[in-house]
Ligand binder design. Structure first.
Ligand SMILES: C[S@@+](CC[C@H](N)C(=O)[O-])C[C@H]1O[C@@H](n2cnc3c(N)ncnc32)[C@H](O)[C@@H]1O
Length: 281
């Protein structure tokens, strides 16, 4: 099959499912990844034949897109805070809102800080690895209940040449931490079942439900536990940063105040939604 023919087939197969702009973007990324070509190369050399093995890879990727699998899982990688991360279905795909949470922490800290930092529910390790990369003297710990997530996060730490201590732990069953921390950060599960209808098929069918969902009747379970543990294990100037459910911003703020945090600051994300809280003792 030639480049031109493949492009035609690709668009024909995906156009009932995705807008043209998105198909164009998938096509550009796939030919760059599998063939090392740019879109312009397809126009310059439309009759160039695609090698059979490469064509098989491209067709397999296209069929996964037909099933609405996210491109990041198909490629097995993504970018977060300017770094490369390997991905697999054991972990959530890092989101741009979470980069804003990382940015908030970095703006509050000196680059040369030797702060002790804990990331709860590290997943791909995106938060912990980004902080460790920007703060080379900080001591970063990262925990998750999922062994698969921790294995991948450890791989991502190695990939980005940072030193992180990983702990397999169920936060809901944790009584206390051995270490005192200056910064605790978390993007815990917070989506209620009643919000499932808002979630697209590509998220619902492919991303780990362990990373996403909480019971409707106790949607703040992770925030309550994290706040209680943080109150006991943060240093006197310590701070807790969390990503939150935009629909529960008010309740989450109240919970942190009731747990004993003196200052609770809410921030909007780039889309104007209340998505982050910093709590100080
Ligand atoms: C929303 S994801 C966040 C992943 C990553 N930090 C990010 O921002 O992309 C929540 C993470 O919490 C982990 N998790 C879920 N329940 C947990 C528990 N009881 N104890 C510890 N981690 C848990 C999941 O495995 C998942 O990696």
């Amino acid at each position: 099959m030639t480049l031109k023919e493949f492009k035609e087939h690709f668009f024909k197969r995906l156009s009932p499912l995705y807008p043209d702009q998105e198909i164009e973007s998938f096509f550009r990324i796939l030919i760059e990844t599998y063939l090392g070509l740019r879109s312009i190369d397809v126009h310059l050399n439309p009759d160039k034949k695609i090698k059979l093995k490469k064509l098989d890879q491209l067709l397999a990727a296209r069929e996964r897109l037909v099933l609405f699998e996210p491109l990041q899982y198909i490629l097995g990688e993504t970018e977060f805070y300017g770094l490369h991360f390997t991905l697999n279905p054991d972990v959530l795909i890092p989101r741009p809102e979470t980069e804003e949470l990382v940015e908030w922490i970095l703006n509050d800290l000196e680059a040369g800080t030797n702060s002790r930092i804990l990331d709860i529910g590290t997943g791909s390790g995106c938060i912990a690895v980004s902080l460790a990369k920007q703060l080379p003297l900080a001591q970063v710990d990262a925990l998750d209940v999922s062994e698969g997530a921790l294995n991948l996060a450890a791989h991502n730490a190695e990939l980005n040449k940072v030193d992180i201590r990983f702990l397999q732990q169920n936060i809901l069953e944790t009584e206390s931490f051995e270490t005192s921390y200056d910064i605790i950060v978390s993007n815990p599960p917070y989506v209620r079942n009643l919000e499932k209808t808002e979630i697209q098929a590509n998220v619902l069918n492919f991303e780990p439900h362990l990373a996403l969902f909480v019971e409707d009747h106790d949607a703040l379970i992770f925030y309550r536990k994290i706040a209680e543990l943080a109150i006991r294990s943060l240093s006197s100037e310590g701070k807790l940063y969390v990503e939150i459910n935009q629909y529960l911003a008010e309740e989450t703020q109240v919970l942190f105040k009731e747990t004993g945090f003196k200052e609770v600051e809410l921030r909007l994300d780039f889309a104007g939604k209340p998505r982050m809280i910093k709590a100080s003792l």
